[in-house]
Design a protein. Structure first.
Length: 73
């Protein structure tokens, strides 16, 4: 457990867990996971200049989809 807390990526590699070499990781190890609620949001970087065609595609997609647990009434 102490080694996992100190160097989680090396331990993950040792157990053949998939690791993306150039990715940024934030690893948190909880001793008592039953008392922890985790919410992870992965926000992509803001896109650069979008062409009009790309904006139309995104707008069309946004009109057809909704967030989880959102009502359409």
């Amino acid at each position: 457990m102490e080694r996992l807390k100190r160097d989680p990526l090396s331990v993950a590699k040792e157990y053949d867990l998939p690791i993306i070499e150039d990715a940024a990781y934030q690893v948190v190890v909880y001793d008592n996971p039953a008392s922890v609620i985790s919410v992870v949001l992965s926000i992509p970087p803001k896109p650069g200049d979008l062409q009009d065609e790309s904006l139309e595609t995104l707008s069309s997609y946004a009109e057809r989809t909704s967030c989880a647990n959102s009502s359409t009434a």
